[in-house]
Design a protein around this ligand. Structure first.
Ligand code: ADE
Ligand code: ZN
Length: 367
């Protein structure tokens, strides 16, 4: 029975929440796979992760491992020096490191290994469905072909249900600081190779690169039957959210937290149940908000917005979905009601089939 109706303001019936599904994730460090003691009593809910950049899951250890495998000399003396660079002042300061570290991704196997490491850790975090963005242009510009990056990630996703109990969709994200012509060319390449993508997204440096720059790209993707999402209102203004909805016709907004600066927009987003894929730890680490205690998530929930909790680039921002939930809980004392609502929102806001959504809602309700 679908207890978790698709309305943020609906009261949820009393229900037991699912047993914690955490188990040590193969292929990841014990320190990451183990739930911290403070979280031990909190049940991990089945969720859909809707905002995740696969390249942002490259852990420092894997960066070094892949560098060695590919004979690449990294400009860091070791893990400590690399980790010391994970202090960001804004989105661009993060993007500089994020793109630089992609140099270690050379072969299909590299992309597959990175993806499997994420899936293993995500399963321990309660993720049951993942919509995974990748940045093909960031690989093409380094001389890595579309086939290599897409087929590598896709090969891991092909067995994700069997291996990790996670259904998936691959989202091709386009870099908004590059031209629309470049994006159109890459979309053509993806369609020509019949890439197993279900949606497109828009990411990278937001300010100065408004959604309207990509009107033709999104029209073409819609024509091709792809679902549509875009980053908007992370560092950029609320007006970018309006443009993404009105000019690009996106179904979902990635981040979107700056909608809170425009009450009319909040009213519209609530009325239309537009999903906002919020990433609290990312917002803190990229200084979009000063501290987690200043994060607008509680206000967004109170306003009746359709928000979900996601990890964005978990290897860089200090945590996966379960860590985001745990730290939100510590900062705000999230009620079980709100946690369940966030989990239900993530499921309903996904691009999964109605059948898969029903399975996940059932799992959430079973407790
Ligand atoms: N690419 C990877 N992470 C991103 C973020 N948080 N915002 C924009 N582009 C990104
Ligand atoms: Zn993102």
């Amino acid at each position: 029975m679908d207890n978790y109706r698709d309305t943020a303001a609906d009261p949820l019936p009393e229900t037991e929440l699912p047993e914690a599904a955490a188990s040590e994730a193969p292929g990841t460090e014990a320190s990451e796979a183990e739930a911290p003691e403070a979280e031990a009593a909190v049940r991990i809910l089945p969720v859909a992760e809707l905002h995740l950049h696969i390249e942002g899951t490259l852990q420092p250890e894997l960066i070094f491992e892949l560098a060695e495998r590919n004979g690449i000399t990294l400009p860091y003396s070791g893990l400590d020096e690399l980790r010391g660079l994970y202090e960001f002042t804004d989105l661009q300061s993060f993007l500089d490191l994020y793109y630089a570290n992609m140099a270690v991704l050379q072969t299909e196997q590299d992309f597959a290994d990175m993806t499997r490491a994420y899936l293993a850790r995500a399963a321990a975090a309660g993720v049951r469905h993942a919509e995974i963005m990748m940045d093909p242009q960031a690989h093409l510009s380094r001389g890595v072909s579309l086939e290599t990056c897409v087929n590598g990630v896709a090969s891991a996703l092909a067995t994700s249900v069997k291996d990790f109990g996670i259904s998936t969709m691959l989202i091709a994200a386009f870099l908004r600081d590059l031209s629309e012509e470049s994006a159109l060319e890459v979309l053509d390449g993806l369609l020509a190779m019949n890439a197993p993508i279900g949606a497109i997204g828009l990411d990278s440096a937001e300010v100065g690169n408004p959604p309207s720059k990509f009107e033709r790209l999104f029209a073409k993707a819609r024509q091709a039957g792809l679902r549509l999402t875009a980053h908007a209102g992370e560092e950029g203004p609320a007006s970018y959210i309006i443009e993404a909805l009105d000019v690009l016709g996106v179904e979902r907004i990635d981040h979107g937290i700056r909608c809170m600066e425009d009450p009319d927009l909040v009213e519209r987003l609530v009325a239309d149940r537009i999903p906002l894929t919020v990433c609290p730890l990312s917002n803190v680490r990229l200084r979009v908000v000063d501290t987690l205690a200043d994060h607008p998530l509680p206000a967004m929930l109170a306003a009746g917005l359709n928000v979900s909790v996601n990890s964005d680039d978990p290897a860089y921002f200090g945590g996966y979905v379960d860590d985001n939930f745990a730290q939100l809980g510590a900062a705000f004392g999230l009620s079980e009601f709100d946690r369940a609502r966030l989990a239900a929102n993530s499921i309903h806001s996904s691009f999964a089939s109605d059948e898969r959504k029903a399975e996940l809602v059932d799992e959430l309700n079973r407790g």
